[in-house]
Ligand binder design. Structure first.
Ligand SMILES: Cc1cc2nc3c(=O)[nH]c(=O)nc-3n(C[C@H](O)[C@H](O)[C@H](O)COP(=O)(O)OP(=O)(O)OC[C@H]3O[C@@H](n4cnc5c(N)ncnc54)[C@H](O)[C@@H]3O)c2cc1C
Length: 454
C-alpha cells in the first residue's frame, strides 16, 4: 500500500483514509458497514476465523441497537426472524413463583424501535450481508492481527494468515480494534502506555443452550413459553437462567449464570468448554421441575459453558490513530443484554466522528478518535457497572437484602411503574438506555468536543 504524507492527504479529504478493522464480530462488522455508508472508500477487515462461525445462541436486540441497524439498512432481514418482547417474567428459581411481571407493550411506540429477541447468527448475517454489498470493504478471513509494529507516521501491523503462508505487514491510517474481550491490540496499546493489562475474573460462568421447538411440543407449559413474547428469568442464590424464543419461535434460547468452578483452574486463555449435562443439572439442583425439564431436553454432547470475563477499566481507548471498540474496551457481564448493542453504538459513533474529520492527518484523526472516547466512555462505564450491580442483586442468597429485593419486585408488580431490581426489565433503566440516540449526540457534540481537544 502506498504511503501518503500528511500534506498530501490533508488536501484529499478524509473519505479515502485507509481504515483497518480487526475482528468481524458485531463491533467489527458494524464499523465496516457504518464507515462504508459514510462514503469511506478503503476499508479492510481482518478476522482470525476462516468464516463467520457464530455460536448458535440468542441475543436481545434492544431499541438503541435496532435504531442503528435500521439506519444502516440491515434491520429488515433481522426483524423478519425476530420476536417482539412484550413482557418479562422474573421468577424464583426454586419454586417457579413469579416475583414480578413487567408489561412492555409500548416499547416500539415509546422509542420508535422495538425490543426484540433474535438469533446471533441472524444479527451477524444481517450486518455481514449488508456490508458485503459495499465495494469499499475488503475482507481478510483467516488472518490474525499479531500486534502493532509502529504508530507513526502511519500505523503498521503484522497479519499472520491461517493457511501457513508468511506473515505480512499492513499499513493504514486508522486501526479500529474490535477484537473482543481477549483483544491483542488492547494489550499492545496498554504496553505502549506502560499500563498493566488486567483481565478480571468475574468468578462467573454461563451455559448457553438452544432447544428446537419440536423437542418442547408435547409439554404444554414449555409450549406456552416458546409461543410467548416473553423473556423469563429464574433467579436463585449466585445463579440464574434466562430464556426466550428466537428464530421465528422455532428455537427456545436459554442461558445461565453460575459460579465458575470448571474454569477456575484452567489456563487464562480458556473461555469455553464442552460442559457435562449431569454437572449442569447438579449446579441447578434446587431449581424447579420446569427448568429441569428444559435442561433435560439438551442432547448430552451439546452443553457448552462459557467463562465470563471482564477487564479493569482502561485509562484510554485511543493511542495515536488506533482505537478500541466493543468488548475490547468495555467488556461486560451479560445481565443487562447490552454488550453487542454497545459495540454497535461504538461503531456508529466512530463513523460519525471520522466522517467529520477536517482532513486525514494523524493529528486530526487522533482528535476524532478522542472525541469518540469522550462520547462513549461515560455511557459504557455506566452500563457495565449497572450490569454487574444487577447481577449482584439477582444472585442474592437468603437474608435481609434478598427480602428487600423481593419486596421491591412485588411493589413493582403492584404499581406497574416502579424501578425493578432486574435492571434490564426496569422501565427507568430502559428509558435511560433506549432513548439515547448515540449518532445524534455525536453529530450535535462533535464540533464542541473536537475544539476542546486542540
Ligand atoms: C452469555 C452471554 C449473553 C449475551 N447476551 C447479549 C445480549 O442479549 N445482547 C447484547 O447486546 N449482548 C449480549 N452479549 C454480549 C455480546 O455478545 C458481546 O458484547 C459482543 O459480541 C461484543 O462484540 P465485539 O465485536 O466487541 O466482540 P466479539 O463479538 O467477541 O468479536 C471479536 C472478533 O474478533 C476476532 N478476533 C479476535 N482477535 C483477533 C485477532 N488478533 N485478529 C483478528 N481477529 C481477531 C474474533 O474471532 C471475533 O470474531 C452476551 C454475552 C454473553 C457471554
Amino acid at each position: 500500500m502506498a504511503m501518503h504524507d500528511d500534506q498530501e492527504r490533508s488536501g484529499s479529504g478524509p473519505t479515502n483514509m485507509r481504515i483497518a478493522i480487526v475482528g468481524a464480530g458485531m463491533g467489527g462488522l458494524a464499523c465496516a458497514l457504518a464507515l462504508a455508508k459514510k462514503g469511506f472508500t478503503d476499508i479492510q477487515v481482518f478476522e482470525m476465523a476462516s468464516d463467520l462461525g457464530f455460536v448458535g445462541a440468542g441475543i436481545q436486540l434492544a431499541p438503541n441497537l435496532v435504531r442503528i441497524l435500521s439506519r444502516l439498512g440491515c434491520w429488515e432481514s433481522i426483524e423478519a426472524e425476530a420476536t417482539d418482547v412484550l413482557e418479562a417474567s422474573i421468577r424464583d428459581g426454586a419454586s417457579n413463583r413469579e416475583l414480578t411481571h413487567v408489561h412492555m407493550p409500548d416499547i416500539r411506540k415509546r422509542y420508535g424501535y422495538p425490543h426484540c429477541t433474535g438469533h446471533r447468527a441472524s444479527l451477524a448475517a444481517g450486518l455481514y450481508e449488508a456490508a458485503k454489498k459495499e465495494p469499499s470493504i475488503r475482507w481478510n478471513f483467516g488472518c490474525t492481527v499479531e500486534g502493532i509494529d509502529q504508530y507513526t507516521p502511519a500505523v503498521t501491523f503484522t497479519v499472520k494468515p491461517r493457511d501457513g503462508s508468511a506473515p505480512r505487514q499492513v499499513e493504514c491510517d486508522v486501526l479500529l480494534a474490535a477484537d473482543g474481550v481477549k483483544s491483542n491490540v488492547r494489550a499492545h496499546v496498554l504496553a505502549e502506555l506502560g499500563v498493566p493489562a488486567v483481565v478480571e475474573d468475574t468468578g462467573q460462568a454461563a451455559y448457553r443452550i438452544t432447544l428446537p421447538r419440536s423437542a418442547m411440543a408435547s409439554d404444554p407449559e414449555m409450549l406456552a413459553l416458546i409461543d410467548s413474547n416473553q423473556v423469563t428469568r429464574w433467579i436463585g442464590s449466585r445463579r440464574h437462567w434466562i430464556a426466550y424464543p428466537v428464530a421465528s419461535k422455532t428455537i427456545y434460547n436459554m442461558s445461565s449464570t453460575q459460579p465458575d468452578t470448571h474454569f477456575a483452574a484452567a489456563p487464562s486463555a480458556t473461555y469455553t468448554t464442552k460442559g457435562s449435562k449431569a454437572a449442569m443439572a447438579d449446579v441447578f439442583a434446587d431449581f424447579c421441575p420446569l427448568v429441569h425439564r428444559l435442561m433435560d431436553l439438551v442432547p448430552d454432547g451439546e452443553v457448552c459453558e462459557w467463562k465470563l470475563r471482564v477487564h479493569a477499566p482502561l485509562p484510554t481507548w485511543v493511542r495515536s490513530t488506533v482505537a478500541l471498540v466493543g468488548d475490547a474496551c468495555h467488556p461486560t457481564l451479560p445481565h443487562l443484554n447490552q454488550g453487542a448493542a454497545m459495540a454497535v453504538e461504538d461503531a456508529a459513533v466512530l463513523a460519525e466522528v471520522l466522517a467529520r474529520a477536517p482532513d486525514a492527518t494523524q493529528g486530526s484523526v487522533n482528535r476524532c478518535l478522542r472525541v469518540y472516547e469522550l462520547l462513549r466512555k461515560e455511557r459504557t462505564t455506566t452500563l457495565v457497572d449497572l450490569a454487574a450491580e444487577s447481577g449482584r442483586t439477582l444472585h442474592l442468597g437468603e437474608g435481609r437484602a434478598k427480602e428487600e429485593r423481593d419486596r421491591q419486585f412485588a411493589e413493582a408488580r403492584a404499581s406497574g411503574k416502579k424501578a425493578v431490581p432486574d435492571k434490564w426489565a426496569s422501565p427507568d433503566v430502559q428509558e435511560m438506555i433506549y432513548s439515547h440516540d448515540c449518532m445524534k449526540v455525536a453529530a450535535e457534540k462533535f464540533d464542541e468536543l473536537y475544539r476542546s481537544l486542540a
